[in-house]
Design a protein. Structure first.
Lengths: 438, 193, 102
């Protein structure tokens, strides 16, 4: 009955928007399922757009154009790529271990996606708030290395095996420095009135909210050093340039996924990019204040809140403007007619989203708990979180375009002899300073 | 507006909050079956990598059982140390040693009937002991405070408010044990030190 | 449905333990034997955590963490021995480790 649904839906949505806990905590499986679906779709779309952005940005770093043909400015290139990969022949080498070869990409994918259950996009915008959140995230993301190792072994070929050995050694070594850097951030969460720290992802951001400072600036420069150690270890964890010996195309052809093709290969790529977003989310949660907007202590009050709540709309407005400038700069040849229309439609869509966001920001200005203000708050949380993650994604591309690849022994030396002592020292000094302050 | 239905919906949404975990027995039996079946695969597979993968499944389902026992921290340690650390080490070593030959060879040693009967006797003993001592175990299990699990374990390991905990000394010895193990592994595997 | 009590967990742990014992006693491959030892240690851990819940305190959980530490040390040392041995004899089978037999 549509009438019942019409009553039911707003109530249901309102009851969710009004809730201050995550679906997992409220025990609502339905909302948790919707969250999982949204996150799954969102990550897939993010990986696709990341694919386009990476090729485009790399091209611009090298003064090239990048993909231009499929869609305006190559916007449809990821879709074409995905289609191509799905239609490609699925080759399993005859000497390979069939079952393990089949299961390896799934392990990596599962590990990369399971992590997203505890990432806090907002105080109640997470699937669940585990009280061992960060431990769970580190543990599950370290399962990703199993997929890599097993893939290299199952291919029964030399380059994949060497790639897998390199990659597993690298990931296991950098996990140590990463874990110690994380512990020093967790220590900082215990510096509140009660004196109890927390491992919960939401609790960590709440601790930063209470102390009114992002942990990257806490005990300057201790937080910053821990953050830098984590940022370096995180690149090694995800096998990205300049630490991408595991898949070095110039020495190992493609490393552990040399023998993979088609859909299976694309699953590896999906897992790699999903893991990149996941570790960036850890960094954002631990050191960059998670869902908090910048200057939350310095510039507070309703008017500043309103100004900052305009940012999501303005961002989309800027993107729409870029799209329309692109339309203007297109050559006035009839070949480009369809591309122009497509880009105009894309810009129009972005502009429409911008308009919606601005309307929500203006309508939800008031502090009273209405759907509008709740929606406004939620959008603000998710926007700031995703903006910080997006900065990290851009940095990943930037590193890849800028730095030459490390040699393997150099990589191991950096991991064990530089990062590990630094992170240990930071941990000890943080503990001492924390005790002195408390 | 239908008030009865509205309240029913609201209560439907609210009543799920604070509800006991759904269908706990099913989860228990599923995880237990997964653990035992893949444990069986660990000791019967001819290929060592298959054994290792089966062992990972066992470890993860045991981690699930820990979660059901209100031990989230132990479950996290299980995932991060066992599945993420030790098993990667195992796979790494499997790749370093040549297994081409062992795949074609006999799986079990010549003493396997003796071993099997000894293990069977052990299992019979366990079952006998459980059947006899059933009355010793209470019918209901305690529920532990899950939200402060990590803090309580930390208090036991490190102590609280200036006093050392009951396990602080054991913890230090454990760290020494790890150090010795690392040194031993390096000395044994490195050709030239 | 029967509520899950300590005895259920004990039975599962016993099954895992016996599987581990069978692996140690019958397999030839050292790597599988080491993995069987991990199974045994896991069974013990499960017992300890189940008892921890039965008594309502955390001593069992702390003990299981110590056992995990022990398992990590055992894996590192055991695999180190395995690699050193493989370098000398080119085999990973226990019944070929017979240099001291005569």
């Amino acid at each position: 009955m549509p009438n019942m649904i019409a009553i039911w839906m707003p109530n249901f949505i309102m009851s969710y928007l009004g809730s201050t806990v995550t679906p997992g905590e409220a025990g609502s499986q339905f909302w948790a399922l919707i969250y999982v679906l949204i996150i799954f779709a969102g990550v897939s779309v993010a990986v696709m757009s990341m694919n386009w952005l990476e090729r485009k940005a790399l091209a611009h770093f090298q003064i090239r154009l990048g993909p231009m043909r499929v869609g305006p400015h190559g916007l449809l290139q990821p879709i074409a790529d995905a289609l191509k990969l799905m239609l490609k022949e699925d080759i399993i080498p005859s000497e390979a271990d069939q079952f393990v070869f089949w299961v390896a990409p799934l392990i990596g994918l599962l590990a990369a996606f399971t992590v997203y259950t505890v990432i806090p996009f907002g105080p109640s915008q997470a699937v669940s708030d585990m009280n061992i959140g960060i431990l769970f995230m580190l543990g599950v993301s370290s399962l990703g290395v199993l997929g890599v190792v097993v893939a290299g072994w199952a291919s029964n070929s030399h380059y994949p095996l060497i790639g897998a050995l390199r990659s597993s050694a690298q990931m296991v070594s950098y996990e140590v420095a990463m874990g110690l850097a994380v512990v020093s951030a967790i220590l900082m969460t215990s510096l509140n009135e009660k004196g109890t720290g927390t491992l919960s992802m939401i609790g960590i951001v709440r601790a930063q909210e209470q102390q009114g400072i992002w942990f990257i600036f806490k005990f300057f420069p201790l937080g910053l050093i821990a953050f830098i150690v984590f940022a370096i270890a995180m690149i090694a964890e995800t096998n990205r340039a300049p630490f991408d010996m595991a898949e070095a195309e110039s020495e190992l052809t493609a490393g552990y996924h040399t023998e993979y093709s088609g859909l299976r290969w694309s699953l590896f790529m999906l897992a790699e990019y999903a893991a990149m977003i996941a570790v960036s989310s850890i960094a954002v949660t631990l050191w960059l204040g998670g869902w908090m907007r910048p200057f939350v202590r310095l510039l507070h009050g309703p008017s500043w809140d309103f100004i900052f709540s305009l940012f999501p709309g303005l961002t989309f407005l800027g993107l729409a403007a870029i799209a329309f400038v692109g339309v203007l700069r297109m050559p006035a040849h009839s070949f480009f007619k369809i591309q122009k229309i497509g880009l105009e439609a894309f810009g129009g869509l972005l502009g429409f989203i911008a308009l919606m966001l601005l309307v929500i920001a203006i309508a939800g200005r008031s502090q009273d708990p209405s759907i509008g203000s709740r929606l406004n708050e939620s959008i603000g949380y998710i926007y700031w979180f995703l903006l910080k993650v997006a900065v990290f994604m851009y940095l990943f591309i930037w590193y890849r375009a800028t730095w030459p690849r490390y040699r393997f022994d150099q990589l191991m030396r950096v991991g064990w002899k530089v990062l590990l002592p630094i992170s240990l020292a930071v941990l000890i000094v943080t503990a001492i300073v924390g005790v002195l302050v408390a | 507006m239908n008030p009865a239905m509205n309240s029913a919906l609201n209560s439907g949404l609210n009543s799920t909050a604070g509800m006991a975990p759904v269908a706990t027995p099913y989860f228990f039996y599923g995880l237990a079956a997964l653990a035992v079946v893949s444990g069986f695969l660990v000791i019967t597979r001819r290929n060592v990598v298959h054994s290792a993968l089966a062992l990972i499944v066992t470890l993860l389902s045991v981690a699930g059982l820990y979660l059901m026992l209100y031990a989230p921290f132990v479950a996290g340690v299980q995932i991060i140390v066992y599945a993420g650390g030790i098993m990667v080490l195992f796979l790494f070593v499997i790749m370093l040693v040549n297994i081409e030959r062992s795949v074609k060879e006999r799986r079990f040693n010549s003493m396997w009937p003796v071993g099997l009967s000894a293990a069977g006797a052990l299992f019979t003993l366990f079952v006998f002991a459980f059947a006899k001592g059933r009355a010793l175990f209470p019918d209901r299990m305690m529920s532990l405070p899950e939200s402060s699990n990590t803090q309580q374990i930390a208090t036991m390991l490190y102590g609280d408010a200036g006093k050392i905990g009951p396990y602080t000394f054991a913890f230090e010895i454990a760290s020494l044990l790890l150090l010795v193990a690392i040194l031993g592994a390096v000395i044994m595997t490195k050709k030239k030190i | 449905m029967v509520p899950i009590t300590t005895i259920h967990y004990l039975v599962v742990a016993a099954a895992l333990f016996v599987l581990g014992v069978i692996g140690v006693l019958t397999r030839r491959n050292v790597v599988v034997i080491l993995m069987s030892i991990e199974l045994i240690l896991n069974a013990v851990n499960l017992n300890l955590v189940a008892f921890s819940r039965m008594w309502g305190n955390l001593h069992g959980q702390v003990f299981s963490i110590f056992i995990t530490v022990d398992a990590a040390a055992e894996a590192a040392a055991g695999l180190g021995i395995l690699i050193a041995f493989f370098r000398n004899k080119e085999t990973v089978n226990v019944d070929e480790i017979d240099l001291l037999k005569w």
